[in-house]
Design a protein around this ligand. Sequence first.
Ligand SMILES: Nc1ncnc2c1ncn2[C@@H]1O[C@H](COP(=O)(O)OP(=O)(O)OP(=O)(O)O)[C@@H](O)[C@H]1O
Length: 311
Amino acid sequence: MPHSPAVEVRGLVKTYDGRAVVDGLDLCAQAGRVTAVLGPNGAGKTTTVECCEGLRAPDAGTVRVLGLDPVADAPALRPAVGVMLQDGGLPTGVRAREMLDHVARMYARPLDTDALAERLGLGAFARTTVRRLSGGQRQRLALAVAVVGRPRVVFLDEPSAGMDPQSRLAVWELVRELRDEGAAVILTTHLMEEAQDVADHVVVVDHGTVIARGSVPELLAGGADPRGDATLVVHTASEVDPTGLGERLGDGFAVERRSGTSLVVTGPVAPGTVATTTAWLAERGVLVVRLDLGRRTLEDVFLDLTGRSLR
Ligand SMILES: Nc1ncnc2c1ncn2[C@@H]1O[C@H](COP(=O)(O)OP(=O)(O)OP(=O)(O)O)[C@@H](O)[C@H]1O
């Protein structure tokens, strides 16, 4: 039987100074799944998530979390929703461990705080005040605080930003576990690797609206450039003008000069593609110094969808 989504956003609009920073956005997040919200700086991700958390009121559209209105029904939702804000959002004068224990006491069935502190490596700075924690330590504490109440819905705004690789792995493991236990996890991130690794469903937001959605394999198969299922990057010893190589490779291929001495061939790369490319270069007296074959990544899809200009 189909379940109603844990989080359902329909036609969300949020306007600042006459400018719609979220502009008719639709989003669904299901229980037992990780939904990653991606998008360039200023795309409207945090604003959307904060509307879901009840921290901002929509100007138009509807937001439902577990079927309730996050602003009007905030007290009813509080025990069921975990929130990790982008800046941590924790009081700065409290010691790390006291903070976690204090939050745990607000819930009926909290996680074991000793075990949670251990797995997020909070022990070493348990007695340090939040103000004195490093950025990554503060993030880890904010994550622990967000999940200690066993929430059914968890919002994580850039959870692993500023974290070292060890902490990141611990965060991803925890996120997967929350998902496996049935929570709906909604995370925003700029780390494509993070989305690729942990997300069951990806939503790409730009200019306040959703421009693509699907599982990672679906996005990799589609994207803005469906022909590009693999890339061949060719590094050469001397400058090369790629004009004519695309024609030689045939339909479905695109050739682009990345720098004077490297070319990117995108398309249905097969063994013959490599042979044709190196033969074509040899005919021009150009020596190949390195070949890299890679499949399209989520980052390629993201850049195709949102472009390369800075926001
Ligand atoms: N309170 C506010 N007043 C005015 N403008 C705001 C306010 N809050 C957000 N904005 C603007 O709304 C836009 C979207 O911001 P938002 O924080 O939602 O983006 P984001 O996608 O989370 O970006 P980032 O990846 O940089 O965190 C930005 O242009 C931001 O300047």
